[in-house]
Design a protein. Structure first.
Length: 162
């Protein structure tokens, strides 16, 4: 099983009620399993946008940073709960690879928004991406995936990771 951010598969789970449908991932959707950590963390759709404050996902996991929405509400607990649920699903199905939404406070794997709600980005991972990596799961963003790589990942998954 390959986990993929649900929004990338065309599901309307983004904070604003929309999606980030990714044509290539949707084409191969039958081989992919949708997951939305923010929904797993019981955040509503739509919801105010959230960004990490004081560090990245690794810092949130260590208790040194938090996740706040644009209204100033601390939603760290929801993000942690969603990350744990995603990890539980990954463990249950022996997931080795996840393809997550770039820049997201949950799913970003290379950079995330800077916490000032001004569109700026900083290096770092979202909460779920950090937790999955910490547990040995390789995390890609949709920006790193092309059809050849996706086919290789699917083939390896179908062969049991061999």
């Amino acid at each position: 099983m390959i986990l993929v951010s649900s929004c990338l598969l065309g599901n309307d789970v983004k904070y604003n009620g929309g999606n980030n449908g990714h044509e290539l991932l949707m084409k191969y959707g039958q081989y992919l399993t949708a997951v939305c950590p923010e929904c797993l963390g019981r955040l509503p759709i739509p919801r105010p946008p959230a960004e990490l404050q004081g560090g990245d996902g690794e810092a949130v996991l260590a208790g040194r940073a938090r996740v706040c929405n644009k209204e100033g509400l601390d939603v760290t607990g929801h993000f942690l709960q969603g990350a744990e649920q995603a990890l539980e699903l990954a463990r249950k199905h022996n997931v080795r690879v996840a393809i997550l939404k770039a820049n997201s406070p949950s799913c970003g794997n290379v950079q995330i928004y800077n916490g000032r709600f001004d569109g700026g980005k900083i290096p770092g991972s979202g909460v779920t991406a950090a937790l999955l990596r910490k547990n040995g799961i390789t995390v890609y963003s949709e920006k790193e995936i092309d059809e050849d790589l996706l086919k290789r990942l699917i083939s390896a998954d179908e062969a049991g990771g061999k």
